[in-house]
Design a protein. Structure first.
Lengths: 268, 352
């Protein structure tokens, strides 16, 4: 897999809420095709980075650019979230934000919103063209249902699903967008070791089989870091380290951030 | 979407149909047959009530699109219906347009007005938006009364009876067909809308607007579309009332109307088409039933009969409170429970 060219370039972004600085002159890049872990202690600014990229926060300084497959640069910093999604940036949320009164199927169909056509009039009339569009995209959604093993849950209301399944549905919805870059915000939060491992397996599958560039946010130095190609470590809104999982694990700055002082192994 | 034993779909097209189960199609056919036969047996009194229910169904579905499906609370239903009624009336009276054309134009005019009053939804949510739509109600009501040059002020606008091939259409019997056609069309349109792309976006905005935006739904545009679609049908209901009664006056479209329509969709079931019909029927028929009960008691218990008009408001309030407490999902959920019971009848096992 070609991993040299960047797909996302974050240059010197600063984000402040009143007097609180969430990110300060942060720069990092995501390379095309890689699985990048973005880690850091609580409050380091990991979710803020994701929110800036997906357009929910607007950094006061700096630029974020998405580089298309043809090399074209799309500045994201001034775009509203739905335009950024249309460029192929998909994400999940730390607290699972699904459309909980809709079925799994409807949630995934919404994931295809940007690829579908049809407004209020054509939907209400539901004549030939809209029906064809719905069926064509239902087919794509079924592929993802198959990929994520969600068949038994297809027509269940999402709000009634178990926590772990909701996480999978949210990831499936993001995949339905056919993203070029997928941002996962703490996909293993609140899971036990076994569930974490199964989630890591899904993330690897998504990355390898579907060839999606994946950024995973995690606050632990564990499973997620093990599966990633590269790791970026944040603390207090700055980048304090980056490199392969092994390099990062040995980095004194990282050990410092997690344990206060380098007294031993960061994690075992 | 869970099916009886033996119902299998092998094509997405049949699985995605509006009525995928045979039992649903049979029920719908029976209901349609009853609706078609009803006017030939009903007295003019019951026909008039049926017309009111049909018109209220159009309005309730319209309001449900905005409140139930999109989650934008509106207290402006009365105002939007007023715009539809006045627009239809004035177009026919001043420009001499045929009634059908006036009704269609009135729907679009109301949709435009509704979109305008939906603009605050960019910043406001929930109760704050409700208060902003209350402003719409008050502004429109004030204009109806004070913009004398256009609306005739407090004087009612009197319309000629609509005619089709020389037949007067505002008799209870002939208008029945127009009202039922409008209600059926509105119901079909709405049911279709919410199984396709645009309608799903409405529901997404209701359930989780931030998630909706990051999967590519333009939230503000979707809210405005919901306001437009909702007021389109509110305008249709208003225009139908105008031609049915041949008279347009502001007193028919006060804040109370807005609240009664909210009551319909809450009692019927938020975010469902059938709930809109159930709610419209219950809220329209309840006062009539109480009045009838009063007449029946006139002979035997005159003391109770004289009290009933006062009880009417009380019963109305009581019904709403009881629904909020015991079945917040409304009549639609009750109907669902009945269907679930017979789904596996006579076995005791119930689906979860």
């Amino acid at each position: 897999m070609q991993q040299s060219r960047p797909i996302l370039e974050i240059t010197d972004i600063s984000l402040r809420f009143g007097g609180v600085t969430a990110l300060s002159r942060l720069g990092m890049e995501v390379r095309r095709g890689e699985l990048l872990a973005l880690i850091g202690p609580n409050g380091a600014g990991k979710t803020s980075v994701i929110n800036c990229v997906s357009g929910l926060y607007r950094p006061q300084e700096g630029t974020i650019a998405l580089v298309g497959g043809d090399g074209e640069r799309h500045p994201l910093t001034r775009l509203p979230p739905h335009r950024i999604a249309a460029l192929g940036v998909a994400r999940t949320f730390q607290n699972i934000e699904l459309f909980k009164h809709m079925t799994v199927l409807e949630n995934l169909m919404l994931g295809r919103h940007v690829h579908m056509t049809g407004g209020v009039l054509s939907g209400g009339l539901y004549l030939g063209r809209q029906r064809r569009v719905e069926i064509e995209h239902r087919r794509r959604v079924e592929e993802i249902i198959d990929f994520m093993n969600l068949e038994p849950l297809r027509s269940r209301e999402v709000g009634n699903l178990a926590y772990g399944n909701q996480r999978l549905v949210e990831m499936a919805r993001a995949l339905a967008l056919e993203p070029s870059i997928l941002l996962l915000d703490e996909p293993t939060a609140g899971m036990n070791a076994e569930e974490k491992e199964s989630m890591a397996r899904f993330i690897l599958d998504v990355h390898e089989e579907r060839g999606v560039t994946v950024v995973v946010v995690d606050h632990d130095i564990d499973v997620i870091m093990d599966i990633s190609d590269r790791v970026v470590v944040l603390d207090f809104g700055r980048r304090i380290a980056q490199g392969t999982p092994d390099e990062v694990r040995r980095d004194p700055a990282v050990i410092d951030a997690y344990l206060g002082h380098a007294r031993g192994k960061p994690h075992d | 979407m869970s099916y009886e034993c033996g119902v299998f779909h092998t094509r997405y097209r049949s699985d995605m149909g509006l009525r995928p189960k045979p039992a649903q199609r049979i029920r719908l056919a029976l209901f349609a047959a009853a609706v078609l036969v009803f006017p030939f047996f009903a007295s003019p009194y019951w026909l008039d009530l049926a017309n009111q229910v049909a018109i209220a169904t159009v309005g309730a579905i319209g309001l449900n699109i905005l409140v139930g499906y999109t989650g934008q609370i509106s207290l402006g239903q009365g105002a939007f219906m007023a715009v539809g009624a006045y627009a239809a009336g004035l177009l026919t009276l001043n420009l001499g347009l045929p009634w059908g054309v006036s009704i269609v134009l009135a729907c679009f005019i109301t949709a435009a007005v509704g979109t305008f009053f939906g603009l605050p939804s960019l910043r406001l949510k929930g109760l704050y938006l409700a208060i902003a739509t209350l402003a719409a109600q008050e502004i429109v009501q004030w204009l109806m009364v004070h913009w004398t040059a256009l609306t005739g002020g407090t004087e009612a606008i009197v319309l000629p009876s609509p005619r089709l091939f020389g037949i007067r259409l505002n008799s209870a019997f002939s208008f029945y067909w127009i009202a039922v056609l409008a209600a059926a069309g509105t119901a079909l349109f709405t049911a279709n809308l919410f199984r396709s792309r645009a309608g799903r976006a409405f529901v997404a905005v209701r359930d989780q607007d931030i998630a909706a935006s990051v999967i590519g739904v333009d939230v503000f545009r979707t809210k405005l579309l919901a306001f437009a679609t909702s007021s389109f049908f509110a305008g249709l209901a208003g225009a139908l009332i105008a031609f049915y009664r041949s008279i347009v006056t502001w007193e028919r479209f006060t804040l109370e109307v807005s609240i009664v329509y909210l009551a319909m969709i809450i009692v019927g079931g938020l975010g469902t088409v059938r709930g809109s019909l159930f709610g419209a029927a219950l809220i329209t028929l309840l006062p009539a039933l109480i009045t009838n009960a009063g007449r029946a008691l006139q002979e035997t218990a005159p003391a109770v009969a004289t009290l009933l008009p006062y009880a009417q408001q009380g019963v109305f309030g009581l019904v709403i409170i009881l629904f909020l407490i015991f079945e917040p999902k409304g009549l639609s959920k009750l109907w669902g429970n009945v269907k679930d019971y017979f789904h596996v009848w006579p076995f005791a096992y119930r689906r979860g």
